[in-house]
Design a protein around this ligand. Structure first.
Ligand code: PLP
Length: 248
């Protein structure tokens, strides 16, 4: 459901599978009637990223529920950013929907992207199917050790989330004061989607200063938008100074 995370399309292409895309509505929500209409007997899986990347918002619970109830295939809810959102995880809905798979990861709120470890949660029925098609090799011991170590220090995880939420507020406030910024979208994630005049030039100028943001201006519904990840206080101050210097 673009604009969204691109990796599912890449995985589909690698496996020679067709992909149907249904654009989000103008307020970045799921277009449920169009999605259900686009699904046919060949449609096996729907991928829904909530909070969504790059738009940053969670989708309405009733819309995801409508897909779970009215689509007979698998609905994957990717919750990579759920720790930064107020909304509940769909893990709570697993007992109600045998066709639901919830994905989470150590890559974002745990600060462990290099660990390459994620989780899939699903009904027992679905677990059996997934187990029967997965490779027999499991998560390696070194990765497991790091994961257990991280879980033993859950305070660190809470600190990361708390720091990101504080800095997200600070950044929103600071970016909001720049004259060329037209809109900062609401965010339930660890980044802000910002509509800014001359986004491409701003991106290039920041890059020259080794400040890397994501240029999403070429993405549908994201005209002149940059996706700015919330950094440390120092990084965020550097970003704001750089933007002011270039007259943003
Ligand atoms: C970052 C991200 C992931 C996490 O990918 P990993 O392979 O676990 O690092 C998954 N989904 C979305 C939407 C993301 O933005």
């Amino acid at each position: 459901m673009p604009p969204t995370y691109g990796m599912y399309e890449v995985s589909a292409a690698i496996n020679d599978l067709g992909v149907k895309k249904v654009l989000l509505t103008n307020d970045f929500q799921l277009d449920v009637p169009s999605i259900l209409q686009a699904a046919d007997s060949n449609t096996k899986i729907m991928f829904v990223c909530s909070p969504n990347n790059p738009t940053g918002n969670v989708f309405r619970k009733e819309d995801i529920t409508a897909l779970l109830e009215q689509f007979s295939g698998i609905v994957v809810v990717d919750e990579a950013y759920i720790d930064f959102a107020d909304a509940d995880s769909f893990i709570k809905e697993l007992e109600n929907y045998p066709n639901l798979v919830v994905l989470q990861t150590f890559s974002k709120a745990w600060g462990l992207a290099a660990l390459r470890l994620g989780m899939a949660y699903s009904s027992e029925e679905m677990n059996k199917i997934l187990n029967s098609i997965k490779f027999p090799y499991n998560v390696n011991q070194a990765t497991q050790n790091f994961a257990f170590e991280a879980l033993d220090h859950i305070d660190r995880h809470k600190e990361i989330v708390q720091a990101v939420l504080e800095q997200r507020n600070w950044l929103r406030e600071a970016i909001g004061q720049l004259e060329t910024v037209e809109k900062i979208y609401p965010s339930d994630a660890n980044f802000l989607l910002v509509k800014i005049k001359q986004a491409k030039q701003v991106y290039q100028s920041l890059k020259k200063k080794l400040l890397i943001v994501r240029d999403r201006s070429g993405v549908s519904l994201c005209d002149n938008c940059l996706r700015i990840t919330v950094g440390t206080p120092e990084e965020n101050k550097q970003l704001i100074s750089a933007l002011k210097e270039m007259g943003a």
